[in-house]
Design a protein. Structure first.
Lengths: 211, 627
């Protein structure tokens, strides 16, 4: 078994007090060892991001998770600001910008609409995969391996208490597996979503999804 | 009494208190028991240091009970009192009625005539407001269900004393003139005794109405006028004058002064000078109550006890058992949980200070003979002395059994207005802080010492209290023990630091957020490890600086970012300099220091700020590589 991965969760939610999904997702992974939860709105309420500190955090971790609600087919503003400032030329990309080479990158998002809404005949027309293209390409340019996203769909309608906690448990299981290298990496490229069928993704059968 | 004699007496009492109370406290016995023991020791049966003036001292000390009820009233806003009307009338009324009946029945059974039986029943139904409230307060149990129930019952009892006084003479054995009675706690209506009943009723209603009207409308400007003098002792004098004045009026119309001051307290409960009043009366109350407990201890007549030890002991145990059982039954009827009910029953199972007064009154009214009152007075005193012990037994032996059953402390039933934030200083700075908090639904308690500000702010519905925040008692009164945050926003450096030292010492749980007047003040605050230090002019000067950059042609966001970056660096530099500062010898003249400060500040700006502002969006690096 390869040594475990250190995971940096860059979390962006401007009104966590009103969140139903993300607050649970965050709570599900908050206590995990080897996982650094970094709440951007809490750290930089005035958007004055400490670039050097953020870059050091990136260097210190192996897997970067962008966790946020999917606002207007993108992230809340602070994560864009973070990308603009922290992923500098000469650090994240360019000839000398090799700091992120070989790391893995994951989007963990929640959407109001259901999965059916994100297809050609749905009202969102484009798929999640298509809409996440800028994130995928950002990761790619920085030399990171962009994994299929973890998506919690349909937060507007469905999802009562137990359903939400099931998703939170899935998230915890996945983050743990990513940390411990218990992932069937070979199966990932074929997937549109990391959590559409956890049994395909997880290596060890004993790490069962929510039982 | 000669003055040397007075000083000698004072010396004895103070010495007894100072020697015994801290020990009692240290041993976990509580202050009440300490005072009582001190009283026994200096009393006629051990050292005999105090003797014949004992009754006078006790009557004087009863004034402590009057002050205590004034303070209790101050804590109770009228609306809260109204909410408690159910328990006061129901629980209190039933306790007095049922206990009177039960004791009277037993007295009848042992062969006393019904008049004596009824008198004894009424008198022994009363409990000790002084001992119970002091003990509950000390143990922090006042806000529990049982504490509130006890308070309701005691309040009803204090009111019930008045009709009892009216009733007792009607039970008398033969017609004799009643001699004047000088107790402070109750007056015998000597002054108005000759008037017909309807006139007396009018007089009583007039007096209570007068207290309400005066308290409501007249006291505010009077306090304001006194506060304007900025003489602290004048405020203390006014507060004492108020309490003593009410006591006199109440005695004149034949009402209980305790009740009168309680009403006055309730009327003044939402007055902005409330905390200051509390602070001023508190030490007097404490000392007088202590004196009262000492005199109860000293008054225990061990001769009577020695003559009939078994009888007295039986009576004490019988009295406490009977009262306790009645209370348990009532508590159950009013659906108290068992643990709270036990506390309630044990707290109120003794006789009270009113018993002494009423027994001597009954004796003078020839309702009861001395042969009956003498042992009963001892019984009452002993039951009072036993109460703190019973409470300790309850705390150590009984209550722990309930914890294991998962029973939790009942939620507070009284919102006595304590707030999570205390804001000291309501000037230019404090009021903005307070407005932001209030606008976001956070309750605050504001302390300020400028009467003009207070009046204005009160008109706009702010909760502002008069007082000097560097007085620790005032901070206690403002609820610092329960608050979470302490915002220090006064504009006086010395007092600010002094208060913060006090707060850190007495309320280590409070997070302090402080306004710094200048850098030097900020260093001092940082060295005191204050949670948040904000220089009062810093943020606004930065905003103005950013505006200046804009007028010079900077784009708005560029100017904004420049100000943010500057802020970041400056705060960092300030924290570093605060540490350097600590090592500097203090001998350097202040002006030199200020110059040095400025130099340091300027040096800390020597990094390349302008370049840093745009670095993130800088494309020169890209052009260089032709990417």
């Amino acid at each position: 078994m390869t040594p475990s991965n250190r995971i940096l969760v860059l979390f962006a939610h401007p009104a966590l007090n009103k969140s139903r999904i993300n607050s649970q997702l965050v709570r599900a992974i908050a206590d995990l060892e080897g996982v650094t939860l970094h709440d951007l709105y809490e750290e930089y309420p005035d958007f004055h991001i400490d670039v050097k500190r953020e870059q050091q955090l990136l260097i210190d971790h192996d897997i970067v998770v962008w966790q946020h609600p999917f606002y207007w087919y993108s992230s809340p503003a602070i994560l864009k600001e973070w990308q603009d400032l922290v992923l500098e030329h000469g650090f994240a990309y360019g000839h000398e910008g090799t700091a992120l080479q070989g790391k893995k990158c994951l989007s963990a998002i929640s959407t109001g609409g259901s999965q059916q809404a994100y297809q050609r005949d749905g009202y969102n027309y484009y798929t999640i995969g298509e809409l996440l293209t800028p994130f995928a390409q950002t990761a790619r340019l920085c030399g990171m391996n962009y994994l299929p996203p973890f998506v919690v769909h349909g937060t507007h309608q469905l999802l009562d208490g137990p359903e939400i906690s099931d998703r939170a448990q899935d998230y915890r299981t996945l983050i743990q597996a990513l940390r411990d290298n218990q992932i069937n990496w070979a199966a990932l490229p074929g997937l549109t979503q990391l959590n559409q069928d956890l049994s395909q993704v997880l290596l060890a059968p004993e790490v069962a999804p929510h039982a | 009494m000669h003055s040397e004699d007075l000083f000698f007496q004072a010396f004895i009492y103070l010495m007894a208190a100072v020697l015994s109370v801290p020990f009692a406290k240290r041993l976990g016995l509580g202050s009440v028991l300490g005072y009582l023991i001190a009283g026994v020791i200096i009393g006629p049966f051990v050292l005999g240091l105090v003797g014949e003036q004992q009754d006078d001292v006790m009557h004087f000390a009863e004034f402590g009970v009057v002050m205590m009820l004034f303070l209790i009233g101050l804590e109770l806003r009228p609306s809260l009192l109204w909410q408690m009307r159910g328990p006061i009338l129901g629980l209190g009324g039933l306790q007095v009625a049922v206990t009177t009946g039960a004791i009277a029945l037993i007295a009848l059974l042992v062969g006393l005539p019904w008049t004596m039986a009824l008198a004894i029943g009424m008198i022994l139904a009363l409990s000790s407001t002084a001992i119970v409230l002091q003990t509950l307060n000390e143990k922090g149990l006042m806000r529990t269900e049982a504490g509130q129930a006890s308070f309701s019952v005691l309040l009803f009892q204090d009111i019930a004393v008045i009709p009892m006084l009216a009733l007792l003479p009607l039970l008398e054995m033969g017609q004799t003139a009643i001699g004047p009675h000088t107790a402070v706690l109750v007056a015998t209506a000597e002054a108005s005794g000759g008037l017909p009943a309807w006139q007396r009723t009018l007089l009583v209603m007039g007096a209570v109405g007068g207290i309400i009207v005066v308290g409501r409308f007249l006291m505010r400007p009077v306090f304001r006028f006194i506060a304007d003098t900025r003489l602290r002792e004048m405020f203390t004098a006014t507060a004492l004058l108020l309490v003593i004045g009410i006591t006199l009026i109440m005695q004149m119309v034949g009402l209980s002064p305790a009740l009168g001051t309680f009403v006055a307290g309730v009327v003044l409960a939402d007055n902005e000078y409330r905390h200051e009043l509390e602070t001023d009366i508190e030490p007097f109350k404490g000392l007088l109550l202590g004196l009262f407990f000492i005199s109860v201890g000293a008054s225990i007549d061990f001769n009577v006890l020695a003559r009939q030890p078994l009888l007295i002991l039986d009576l004490v145990i019988g009295l406490m058992l009977l009262k306790g059982l009645v209370l348990l039954a009532l508590g159950r009827f009013f659906r108290q949980s068992l643990s709270q009910n036990l506390l309630f029953a044990m707290a109120l199972a003794q006789g009270g200070e009113f018993c002494f007064v009423l027994f001597s009154f009954a004796q003078q009214s020839r309702v009861l003979p001395t042969t009956i009152t003498a042992p009963l007075v001892v019984v009452v005193a002993l039951s009072m002395a036993l109460t703190p012990l019973v409470m300790i037994a309850n705390e150590r032996l009984v209550q722990p059994r309930f914890v294991s059953q998962g029973e939790q402390r009942e939620p507070d039933t009284i919102d006595d207005g304590e707030t999570p934030v205390i804001v000291a200083g309501f000037g230019r700075f404090g009021q903005i802080v307070n407005r932001l908090l209030v606008a976001n639904g956070i309750q605050t308690t504001v302390l300020d010492h400028d009467p003009a500000t207070i009046d204005l702010l009160r008109q706009f519905g702010h909760k502002v209290f008069y007082g000097d925040s560097s007085r620790i008692e005032l901070l206690y009164a403002a609820g610092a023990a329960e608050a979470k945050l302490f915002v220090m926003a006064i504009d006086d450096v010395e007092r600010s630091l002094q208060t913060i030292d006090l707060v850190k010492q007495h309320f280590p749980h409070l997070k302090i957020l402080a306004r710094a007047i200048d850098r030097r003040h900020a260093y001092e605050l940082l060295r005191r490890d204050v949670a948040v230090v904000e220089r009062e002019t810093f943020e606004s000067a930065l905003s103005l600086g950013a505006e200046a950059l804009k007028l010079l042609g900077f784009r708005a966001y560029h100017a904004h970012r420049a100000a943010r970056i500057f802020r970041h660096h400056d705060i960092k530099a300030m924290r570093e300099m605060a540490e350097i500062e600590a090592d500097m010898p203090k001998l350097v003249a202040k002006s030199q220091q200020l110059a040095a400060d400025l130099k340091e500040v300027l040096q800390s700006d020597s990094f390349d700020l302008p370049r840093e502002v745009d670095q993130a969006w800088d494309t020169t690096a890209l052009k260089k590589y032709g990417a």
